[in-house]
Design a protein around this ligand. Structure first.
Ligand code: SF4
Length: 424
């Protein structure tokens, strides 16, 4: 066991731990985090993705987190503690990693809540690594080098594309299971991609993107039956995590719909852009503002190229970040950026305008920012876009799954009726 070093009460992830420790990663966004793990492993980290989603996870979360705290925190904490307790992992060689936004929302406190829960559960020496863009905590054994950052960037780009390709193919596949099989093969193949040692690999990325699109394109599909498109928006964890939203994408597909989940990268761009807004409005380092603006610009150049390739192959890749931001005009101020803030409203408008007026707005129970920018905007959106068909669903550890399904089914039957009327 490596020597335990503490700093301000927290356990530091030291150089000595880097090779020996397994870093557990919570299952937030399945399409993306499979690839994030590959990226981390290619840089020498022993990273492992947690995929458990049974009741024990919820039970541990409720036991070790206060019941007033946000559902995503409860589920993430529950998944970590459940993994440590249930599996034969060596707790003396285990570390945990969590993304820390540093924003005004409670998400910034998840790290301290997790540390508190670990002490309560009897694991005070397990280091928790904070993954953040603001240099909030330093861990000498975990360095986000430019190359690792670049690989994470590639992982999110590929993850977004895979999510769109799967969602636009699976509801129409002729042989059940074929899309999932292709998805799995692509993730396996991408392991080799992340072993690159250079920084700027756009040519390689482009070739890889083309190959992936081609593999999905070859899946035999039957698109003769038009299915209603249903958008999924909401708080970042319950929007993407099957554990958080009770496998919402699958539920919608079983109900005869095509799920449309907006790209994860939009959330990161929104977070960086929000920091730019704050520096402009309240003051702050000009160098940081410039660096963030350049980063957003760079990511958009890359995303534009991917969008072009997807569109050429007949897929719908979504619209640029700037266009999403413009949609807020007349609805919500871009200064509203706690939680998912204005991005949530803009995503709903984008979905309504681009063929998916049916929307599930996922909300962790008691999540104030998202009740304002999500549920709180529904009335205004309905007034402006009468064709919109939005249902807000609360996700809570004690919420009734049947109740959630009933409300989704009602929204879907309206969606089907509206579609029939539209196509005559
Ligand atoms: S966005 Fe909502 S669920 Fe997430 S930390 Fe903030 S209050 Fe909690």
């Amino acid at each position: 066991m490596a020597e335990i070093v503490r700093e301000n009460g927290r356990v530091v992830f030291t150089e000595a731990m880097r090779e020996a420790y397994t870093i557990l990663v919570p299952h937030m966004a399945p399409y993306h985090f499979d690839l994030v793990i590959n990226a981390a492993r290619s840089e020498g980290y022993k990273a492992e993705l947690l995929t458990t989603d049974d009741y024990d996870v919820i039970h541990e979360g409720m036991k070790y987190a206060h019941n007033d705290i946000c559902v995503p925190a409860m589920l993430v904490i529950g998944q970590f503690i459940n993994a440590i307790k249930k599996r034969s992992i060596d707790v003396d060689k285990t570390a945990l990693v969590l993304v820390q936004t540093g924003g005004a929302c409670r998400a910034s406190n998840y790290i301290s809540l997790l540390r508190k829960a670990l002490i309560k559960a009897g694991y005070p020496d397990v280091p928790v690594i904070s993954l953040n863009a603001g240099g909030l905590e330093k861990n000498p054994g975990f360095n986000v080098t430019p190359r690792l950052l670049h690989k994470f960037h590639d992982a999110i780009l590929f993850g977004d594309m895979l999510m769109q390709l799967v969602n636009q193919t699976r509801p129409y596949e002729i042989t059940p299971g074929e899309t999932d099989a292709v998805h799995k093969d692509v993730v396996d193949d991408l392991k080799a991609y992340f072993n690159h040692r250079t920084l700027f690999t756009w040519r390689k990325h482009k070739r890889q993107t083309k190959t992936i699109i081609g593999r999905f394109k070859r899946i035999p599909v039957d698109r003769s039956q038009i299915k209603p498109k249903v958008g999924i928006v909401g708080e970042i964890y319950v929007k993407y995590s099957p554990l958080g939203n009770n496998h919402l994408e699958r539920t919608l597909e079983q109900e005869g719909c095509e799920a449309v989940t907006p790209p994860l990268y939009d959330f990161f761009l929104y977070s960086f852009d929000s920091r730019v807004y704050d520096i402009k409005t309240y003051g702050g380092p000009r160098k940081e503002k410039l660096a963030l603006k350049i980063f957003v610009w760079y990511v958009e150049i890359r995303r534009n190229k991917i969008r072009k390739m997807m569109r050429k192959a007949g897929y719908e890749p979504g619209i640029p970040y700037k266009a999403i931001k413009r949609l807020t005009q007349g609805f919500i101020d871009v200064g509203t950026h706690t939680g998912e803030g204005w991005l949530l409203t803009a995503e709903m408008i984008d979905l309504i305008r681009h063929g998916a007026p049916n929307i599930v707005c996922t909300q962790p129970f008691g999540c104030l920012p998202n009740h304002i920018a999500g549920k709180g905007m529904i009335k205004k959106l309905k007034k402006h876009y009468p064709e919109s068909n939005i249902v807000a669903i609360d996700y809570d550890t004690s919420a009734s799954k049947i109740n959630q399904i009933n409300r989704i089914t009602l929204m879907v039957s309206n969606a089907k009726r509206n579609l029939e009327r539209k196509i005559g």
